[in-house]
Every structure is written in structure tokens, then in C-alpha cells.
Design a protein. Sequence first.
Length: 164
Amino acid sequence: MTWYQPTETERGHLRRCVDLAAEALADGDEPFGSVLVSASGEVLFEDRNRVKDGDRTRHPEFEIARWAGTNLSPSERAAATVYTSGEHCAMCSAAHGWAGLGRIVYASSTEQLVGWLRELGVSGASPVRPLAINDVAPDVPVAGPVEEFADEIRELQRTLHTRG
């Protein structure tokens, strides 16, 4: 696996995403968090997973795409960066592409998540094939995963799948 080395600014945004993921887990939800940042560095929108109440589309990356489509011009969307604790699922990758958003920086990859779930004996966790972002949205620039967050995100997933 090739690790991405983020800048200090990127590291700060990813830290916020992981904190949002932990917040989601503490609220009984799946541990994922994301932040949308403008070309000038302003945090425009952030969210965490909110699927526990039954709407499985309430992923933070999907919410970012919806928000951006309503609140930003096409050029602002294209210049923005989405930071996220986990690489987008296929649904969120498609939403990102359709919304015309720019770069994605992720702390952990789909490949890592699939491996962690296998280690935990979790099967059937998703009704959607685990694909990399560029398998769904080939023109979106991506960077990740980031090694320093791997153990923490793995532990969030372990906690989710082993709590009673």
C-alpha cells in the first residue's frame, strides 16, 4: 500500500473527519465523517454518518454533494476539496462526480475497510460492491490513505462491529 503524506493543513482537516467519525459512533451510528473545504481553505460544510434511523443514504459525503449542489456554483464545487475519514463508497463517489466536486483526500481506503471487516468476521456489511472512488468517478483526483489514522479508524470499525 502506498501511503499519502498530507500537508499540515490537510492533516488538520482529516483529524476533524476522524473526530466526526468518532462522534457518529458515540451517537450509535457508523463511524464516518467528512468536511468540504473551499479553494481558499474555508470549511464550508461538515457532517457525519446519520444512517442509524434507517435512511442508508445519509452518508456525510452524499450530504456534502447535496449541499454543494444547492449552495455553490459549478466552479466553486470544482475547486473545493472533500476530506473524509473513509474513502467514498460507490454511491458517494457517484454523487461526488455528478455534483462536479473537486479533489478528495481520505484517511482510510476501501481496501483497508474491506480487510478490517474480513479480520472481524463481518460479511454482508454493505449491499454495494466495495469499489475505489476512481472505479466509479475516474476523473476525480484522489489522495489517500494516510498511515497515521489507520489504527484509530480500524479501532472505530472494531468498536462498531463488536458492540452488543
